[in-house]
Design a protein around this ligand. Structure first.
Ligand SMILES: [Zn+2]
Length: 209
């Protein structure tokens, strides 16, 4: 009786196939997440194991490592965390979906990738100000035609403006009207993100083994 009540466990590998290529970070199959959106080069898939997001066809681990190396300053990458509450809340409206993005990292995906070159994650630190801005923008994205309109307007991020002029005008108006309420929602979300390691922006440091 007890055996019949057990929940069957299907390994992720069982999902591997032509439509589910391997994750560049951990090798587990990728699954579809979002369809192609304005500003993105293709549909977005995600890894259920390490959380990496991939825009378009996945490349090699080396390519993902190269992109990781381009993020942040020389002291380590600063990632828009795909494992954040902001991403879970925003989905297609998540502010980390910037034009030209190729890989959408998590701390775990970065850890798996740098292990390939004998590095370990020494520190991953929540960045409160940038995280709050990212979550705030994610909430605004749910009510605007364009994407990342506010942070794009102040030169703090890459935006995908709405196609039509009247839509762009409405977007600016809506952003002004909703800015404060969105901030009041973003604040507790991001504080929880910081406490539970699900913050929107994470600064990482690596060490050689
Ligand atoms: Zn993975």
């Amino acid at each position: 009786m007890a055996d019949s009540l057990r929940t069957p466990v299907v390994p992720l590998e069982a999902g591997a196939g032509p439509d589910n290529p391997p994750c560049p970070a951990c090798g587990e199959p990728l699954f579809g997440w979002l369809s192609t959106r304005p500003g993105l080069a293709g549909p977005v898939s995600r890894c259920e194991s390490c959380g990496l997001g991939v825009v378009g066809v996945p490349g090699s681990p080396e390519e993902a490592l190269r992109e990781l190396g381009t993020l942040g300053d020389g002291s380590g990458p600063r990632i828009a965390n795909r494992d954040s509450y902001a991403c879970a809340l925003g989905s297609a409206g998540w502010s980390g979906l910037v034009p030209g993005a190729r890989y959408l990292f998590t701390v775990e995906a970065a850890r798996r990738l740098v292990a390939r070159r004998d590095q370990v994650v020494r520190r991953s630190r929540w960045v409160p100000g940038l995280s709050l801005a990212a979550t705030w923008q994610t909430l605004l994205n749910s009510v605007t035609f364009g994407h990342n309109v506010a942070i794009g307007a102040v030169g703090r991020g890459r935006a995908t403006p709405a196609k039509k002029r009247w839509q762009r005008r409405i977007d600016y108006l809506v952003t002004v009207v909703v800015a404060i309420p969105a901030l009041l929602v973003a604040l507790p979300v991001e504080v929880a993100g910081g406490i539970f390691h699900r913050g929107a922006v994470v600064q990482m440091r690596f060490d050689v083994l």
